[in-house]
Design a protein around this ligand. Sequence first.
Ligand SMILES: Cc1cc2nc3c(=O)[nH]c(=O)nc-3n(C[C@H](O)[C@H](O)[C@H](O)COP(=O)(O)OP(=O)(O)OC[C@H]3O[C@@H](n4cnc5c(N)ncnc54)[C@H](O)[C@@H]3O)c2cc1C
Length: 246
Amino acid sequence: MARPRILVIGAGIIGTSIAWRLASRGASVTVIEAGQPGAGTTDTSLAWVNASSKLDSSREYFDLAVRATAEHHTLADALGETRYFFPSGHIEISRESGEADRLRSKVARLQKSGYCAQLIGVRDIRRLEPGIRLPATAVAASYPDEGWVDGPAMARGLLERARGSGAKVLSHTTATHVALRDDVVTGAHVAPGKLVGADTVVIATGRWTQDFLARLRVDVPLTDVAGKDSQAVGVLVYRGEGLHAP
Ligand SMILES: Cc1cc2nc3c(=O)[nH]c(=O)nc-3n(C[C@H](O)[C@H](O)[C@H](O)COP(=O)(O)OP(=O)(O)OC[C@H]3O[C@@H](n4cnc5c(N)ncnc54)[C@H](O)[C@@H]3O)c2cc1C
């Protein structure tokens, strides 16, 4: 049977993961990237691998985050690569008594759902972060399975692996639209009259997806959370062995 020809548009963390998985399973893969691989949203991400911050989201989103967190550990083992995923653990500190109650309840709920979470006191916090200044009554939650990802490095690394499995990569090439013949996908155009042929097209264009698909009159429901009062950029401190996030 002929190898399926699959075109992946967009080489962020999503497109490169898909390209690598498909190529390593024997598909004939081509990746088209408008700029540099990994230089889109993947390059501006906080990239915190966690489910603890999703506890109050929908059950589906929380479950997805739990599975994704576990999957990063599995993937790191499979790749034998230590420069993409940093399983630093994460500690969430409460300094005031009202906060401590909230944290206790959060940890109890996470533990009930099977997530690895535990309460720790000042001595343990200082063991993890020797330089930290805290009130003696501080309480923290420790999430040892969490960590962070170097998104661009991981995207580039996965793309290299995809290449190693035969994938072709066209960087600095913009797909203008999906090509159809009699409503059947035949690939994507990268310039007037220039078609990259494929049996299947994977659109991994991130926040550009609505624009890209508008021509096909396909509406993908993306939400723009950036508004006057929204927190659009997180603050992340990589310190010692641990990850601290707001
Ligand atoms: C401030 C911030 C903090 C975040 N923090 C976290 C976090 O802590 N944890 C977490 O899990 N997620 C976080 N995210 C979300 C996460 O970073 C994104 O979900 C993820 O990087 C999206 O990857 P992607 O591959 O879909 O998109 P991108 O990385 O944007 O990749 C899409 C690629 O498609 C290319 N492209 C677009 N159109 C075309 C075209 N027509 N032709 C060819 N190429 C095209 C672009 O150039 C780009 O490289 C955060 C995001 C932001 C902005």
